[in-house]
Ligand binder design. Structure first.
Ligand SMILES: C[S@@+](CC[C@H](N)C(=O)[O-])C[C@H]1O[C@@H](n2cnc3c(N)ncnc32)[C@H](O)[C@@H]1O
Length: 268
């Protein structure tokens, strides 16, 4: 490690025993971890992680650290949110340094807020460490700028897993904004979501990008239009995790790639 990097680490907060760090691991590529998350991995006694934290990120944990899975695993029984927070509280009370590591940013559709509230209510000292959220990372790696002057003035991050009535998404209201929509957890409901947006007046030819496993070696990108995207992702067997971007910003990708192709030795 260079002296400069060593100095950057030296300025980071200490991970005290009995504390919980609630950190984001970014979208997958270990290069997108923050220094704070990396320091947490280096010092934690136990890393309690969810399913979206990449194995290469977990490999950066202290060799003596315990790695404990706590999250949703497709089809298999998963611990309830209550079980997870109880576990974090009891580990902290056992005087361990507890790194709660989540994919992306802990507080963007990651239940980080719920866990922080429970830790605070139990009197456990904790820190919240932001991570690169997959919605933004996926756009950038797909050469789709999240915002561009003259194209969009806002960005909507929305969940496609619209649970109970309390959390129901007003798709018509989102469509009326005319601003780009970045959909998390939207693959399985894409047919219904696209139909709701078109019913609300969104152009069936609105450009759409699906970016699956963004930043990972198995990354896949599909560019299409709103009316056909659900059928195409099914036909091409696209799988979660995936980010779906809907709006004119998607068109910028073709222009950017076309211009970039003319630049000698361009790294796409
Ligand atoms: C429970 S949410 C967690 C989001 C996470 N906290 C974040 O900030 O990225 C899970 C969803 O995030 C998205 N996601 C997470 N990692 C991804 C990746 N590497 N590529 C594409 N989408 C991803 C998918 O929509 C996935 O269904």
């Amino acid at each position: 490690m260079s002296d400069r990097l060593r100095r950057a680490f030296a300025g980071l907060p200490r991970f005290e025993p009995g504390h919980v760090w609630l950190a984001g691991a970014g979208p997958g590529d270990p290069g997108l971890l923050t220094l704070h998350a990396l320091a947490g991995l280096a010092e934690a006694d136990i890393v309690v992680h969810d399913a979206l934290v990449d194995a290469r990120v977990l490999a950066l944990a202290h060799p003596g650290a315990t790695l404990e899975f706590a999250g949703k695993r497709g089809g298999k029984p998963s611990p309830s949110q209550g079980n997870i927070t109880d576990r974090l509280i009891s580990l902290a009370r056992a005087n361990l340094r507890v790194l709660r590591l989540k994919g992306g940013d802990p507080c963007v559709f990651g239940r980080g807020g719920e866990e922080a509230l429970a830790l605070a209510a139990a009197g456990i000292p904790f820190r919240m460490i932001p991570g690169v959220t997959s919605g933004l990372a996926a756009l950038t790696v797909a050469s789709i700028p999240a915002t561009l002057r003259g194209v969009s003035q806002a960005l909507i991050l929305v969940t496609g897993r619209c649970g109970d009535e309390e959390d129901a998404v007003d798709w018509a209201a989102l469509a009326r904004t005319g601003q780009p929509i970045v959909l998390y957890m939207g693959l399985s409901n894409l047919e219904e979501i696209a139909a709701s947006l078109m019913d609300a007046g969104l152009d069936p030819h609105e450009p759409v990008a699906v970016i699956a496993s963004a930043t990972l070696p198995e990354e896949r990108i599909l560019i299409s239009e709103l009316h056909s995207i659900a059928a195409e992702t099914r036909a091409l067997a696209f799988e979660a995790p995936a980010i779906i971007a809907i709006g004119s910003i998607v068109k910028v990708r073709a222009k950017l790639l076309d211009l970039a192709a003319r630049v000698p030795e361009m790294v796409a």
